[in-house]
Design a protein around this ligand. Sequence first.
Ligand code: FEO
Length: 397
Amino acid sequence: MLPKINLTKDIFWVGVNDRRTERFENYWPLPFGVAYNSYVVVDEKIALIDTVEAGFIDSFLDNIKAIIGDRHPDYLIVNHAEPDHSGSIRAILREYPDITVVGNAKTFPMIEGFYDINEKKIVAEEGGTLSLGQHTLQFFTVPMVHWPESMVTYETSEKILFSNDSFGSFGTLDGGIFDDEVNIDFFETEMRRYYSNIVGKYGMQVQKALAKLGGLNIQQIAPSHGPIWRSNIGYVIDKYDKWSKCETEDGVIIVYGSLYGNTARMADIIARSIAEEGIKNIRVFDASKTHSSYIISELWRYRGVIFGSSAYNGGIFTPMRALIRELEHIMPKNHLFGIFGGMSWSGGGVRTLEEFSNNIKWQLVAPSVEVKHAAKEEDIERLRALGKSMAQALKNN
Ligand code: FEO
């Protein structure tokens, strides 16, 4: 059993690490796993803040009992009904049948729907408080960060924000639990992949949440995934502010779908022409190989985006079609855009990317470059011109 992990004298981390699930939400790869964080506030009354994914109930209960022994928690705070956090509610109610569940008006229909439970409950008002003795919890809804019922809990005496998905990241907590105990660069990358793919569609709602919580004095941010932030709070809030406004850095991602390598070679020609202009942040991805979550995370970082696709049955190659459909759903903003591809015997890849461009409304930096079969000398010049236009647009932007 782990030694106790204190946020403060009376507040403890009781979460678990998941290194066995292949894909978060059964879709997003988890090469470094994910942590489901949960917290206990021990006072005259005991509050458990969020639970963990259902398969980890034994470790979760061990962690809780290591802190509170034979005492029973009085309250279960449900900040979010998504099953990665609510999945153990039923087991907690079985273990602690007298516990009172605390959520907001939108929480209870969800957890009753998922788990067929309707136990003792408190419906928290916006800004409402719950006293545990020396500690007081205050509740704020943050709709669509990440679901309609999403809520955060603020502990007023220690000034800890239990932020649920907000400020969370993929990656297990491998010894280091707090931001000053881990490699921040690793978690920034996994936090951006989490943000862009899971929450990125709701940037406007994130901005509203930041405005709502902006007046709080926050000494620690304790999310439900990833490290607890106590030494770099300004840094992590700044990241969320920038990402939710789709603020990007100088750099380009080039993503291609290529059956036999002709479109892939075009991508390398374009990338080289951009590098010749002094742009150093250039990432090239094969959409058939790299999961879209990594591509979208890099797209959230860099302003320049160039997509290429070979034609496939009169349309766009399948992995690129999947990527653009996903982006049309998320609708990230503020990108410079370029298009290229191979027409083979039918065309269709470039045409589909042009339709995507009309929908997503990124700023095109140059006309599309469509190549019949493999790129010839004159095609190479057009591809290089596309790269140069992107580099120039980045410098001007
Ligand atoms: Fe970590 Fe929206 O669940």
